[in-house]
Ligand binder design. Structure first.
Ligand SMILES: N[C@@H](CCC(=O)N[C@@H](CS)C(=O)NCC(=O)O)C(=O)O
Length: 211
């Protein structure tokens, strides 16, 4: 049995969604960001960064959204959410996974926590830089999706799951992911997935899922 530490509408939502996609048993602890529960001494023992998600696997904490998603795909190969080891799609799977985690996700972090890169006095500049990086990245995803249904190979993988969650985070930005035509088509399809709709219901997220 897995235990997920999350919080609604966060990176934890990605793992919550994936657990529902996999149909595996899990328990969930929602941390209250209002009271900064994610920085409590007890939680810092499972996630020293004080962020979500953390997934308890066989009694030990696993951190980092993309790492957890990749691990779950590996532990449940029957779902087909990662190309098998040795398959030709494996290289693209790693490149896109790491790019989303190392390139795009930190840009979103800088957008939402704009004081982090260089202090409160530089927050506006940090946010402007983050916006430019995010929009460049969304354009790259849009180009990738011009003639394909999924980002890697011909089936849904954890790359699509991570990309969709990041696209969702752009929903209130000046130019959200849905402003790019190929991304919009792609997201409209992914947003029909029952598990994504179910995670919205469970986390009481009412915006974005219907366009
Ligand atoms: N690199 C981490 C980043 C996770 C992250 O930034 N989570 C945010 C929510 S989306 C969080 O927990 N924020 C609370 C905080 O920083 O105090 C991961 O991929 O898991």
């Amino acid at each position: 049995m897995y235990r997920l530490y999350g919080s609604p509408s966060t990176a934890g939502t990605a793992i919550h969604w994936l657990l529902l996609e996999l149909g595996v048993p899990f328990e969930i602890t929602m941390l209250d960001f209002e009271t900064r529960e994610q920085k409590s001494p007890a939680y810092l023992t499972v996630n020293p960064d004080g962020v979500v998600p953390t997934l308890i696997v066989d009694g030990a904490p696993v951190t980092e959204m993309a790492a957890i998603a990749t691990l779950l795909a590996e532990r449940h190969p029957e779902a087909g959410f990662a190309p098998p080891v040795g398959s030709p799609e494996r290289a693209a799977y790693f490149s896109w996974s790491f790019w989303l985690a190392n390139g795009m996700q930190p840009a979103f972090r800088a957008w939402f926590y704009a004081d982090e890169p260089a202090g409160e006095q530089s927050a506006d500049a940090a946010q402007a830089c983050a916006r430019a990086r995010i929009e460049t990245g969304l354009a790259r995803l849009d180009a990738r999706l011009a003639d394909r249904e999924f980002i890697v190979g011909d089936r849904f993988s954890t790359v699509d799951l991570l990309a969709t969650i990041l696209c969702r985070w752009s929903r209130n930005m000046p130019r959200p992911a849905t402003a790019w035509p190929n991304l919009k088509r792609y997201l409209d399809r992914i947003r029909q997935r029952p598990a994504l709709r179910e995670v919205h219901r469970r986390e009481a997220l009412t915006d974005w899922i219907d366009g």
